[in-house]
Design a protein around this ligand. Structure first.
Ligand code: CP
Length: 336
């Protein structure tokens, strides 16, 4: 039984096969691949796109989705093994995953970090516990990575470069740029953008204000290994002009600097001093007519100006739509 926890668990060819199927599903949305099957969607955090697209996607393939969330009356869960459960948790993940596996054919999990101790959060314990105890496939709906977003992003780039006659992704200059946000956010989408761009053969530049914003070494080294294996590079830059120069893709995301994880006050002045990392027209003018995107939700005129977001270069709506198509392909592949 295979889960969909991280794209690193799959080869580029395996992921491309799912992307090709997503294209077929985009052309012909309805089918019976999930007929008689139920998908449990467990949201420990908010969502607009993920919740809707998984629910709609399951229905379009003849299946049924059940959305669960603690605010919707679910029992609080314990994720540690071997503990005395005398705290808030009423149920251990072993029973929750085991019982859901009796009712459902796929379990999706959204569980963001707790933002207290990165060494704890980087273990991705909630996702991995469900994968350990479930007897049906588990899908990562965003924890410390966001592999469904990765797939939607790559499909969207492939579609647009193909339409523009600009060929394959290999060798394209991909810039993942940190942007300002008033709060320190999850690194999940940044980790994901970095690794998937490298996996699909792009030359990746990570643009961030200071070395403190470099991503976890797990994802940096995974991206470097994938890039080098295909003759490409991963570059770290703190220079906006250098990074944007000649870029084919700009992907915008904000995240909190890991050295300040759980002790965010001293990070705030650094973040506040880099509001100029916003994606705007003068920066986009330096690029090679780059496509620009963001996973959404996005604060307009904080991370990206209206002028850029509403321009034809911005593919964020297409990327959001493609969440539906790629997730259907992923669910199909897992229940096959
Ligand atoms: N991009 C994304 O996952 O959106 P939601 O948080 O709204 O699901």
């Amino acid at each position: 039984m295979k889960h969909f926890l991280n794209t690193g668990d799959y080869t580029r060819n395996e992921l491309q096969a799912m992307l090709d199927d997503a294209r077929r599903l985009k052309e012909s949305p309805y089918g019976k691949a999930l007929e008689g099957k139920t998908v449990a969607l467990l949201f420990l955090n908010n969502s607009l796109r993920t919740r809707t697209s998984f629910d709609v996607g399951a229905q379009q393939l003849g299946g049924h989705a059940v959305v669960l969330s603690p605010s919707g009356g679910m029992w609080p869960l314990e994720f540690e093994d071997g503990v005395v459960m005398d705290g808030e948790a009423e149920e251990h993940v072993a029973e929750a995953a085991g019982v859901l596996s009796r009712y459902c054919d796929i379990i999706g999990i959204r569980a963001f970090p707790k933002f207290i101790d990165w060494q704890v959060d980087r273990q991705d314990r909630i996702l991995n516990s469900f994968a350990k105890y479930a007897s049906v496939p588990v899908i990562n709906m965003e924890t410390i990575t966001h592999p469904c977003q990765e797939m939607a992003h790559i499909l969207t780039l492939q579609e647009h470069f193909e339409k523009q006659g600009r060929g394959a992704l290999d060798g394209k200059k991909f810039v993942l740029t940190w942007t300002y946000h008033p709060k320190p956010l999850n690194t999940a989408v940044a980790n994901s953008a970095l690794v998937i761009a490298a996996k699909f053969g792009m030359d990746v530049t990570l643009l961030c204000p200071t070395p403190e914003y470099i991503l976890d070494e797990r994802y940096m080294s995974q991206a470097r290994a994938d890039a080098e294996a295909q003759g490409h590079t991963v570059t770290i830059s703190h220079d906006i002009t250098d990074a944007y120069q000649g870029a084919d893709v700009i992907y915008a995301k904000s995240w909190g600097a890991l050295p300040y994880f759980g002790n965010w006050e001293p990070e705030k002045p650094i973040r506040d001093a880099h509001k100029h990392f916003i994606v705007d027209e003068p920066k986009m003018a330096l690029t090679n007519e780059a496509l620009v995107s963001h996973c959404l939700p996005m604060r307009r005129n904080v991370k990206m100006t209206d002028a850029v977001f509403d321009s034809p270069a911005c593919i964020a709506y297409d990327e959001a739509e493609n969440r539906l198509h790629v997730q259907k392909a992923i669910m199909k592949a897992l229940v096959r």
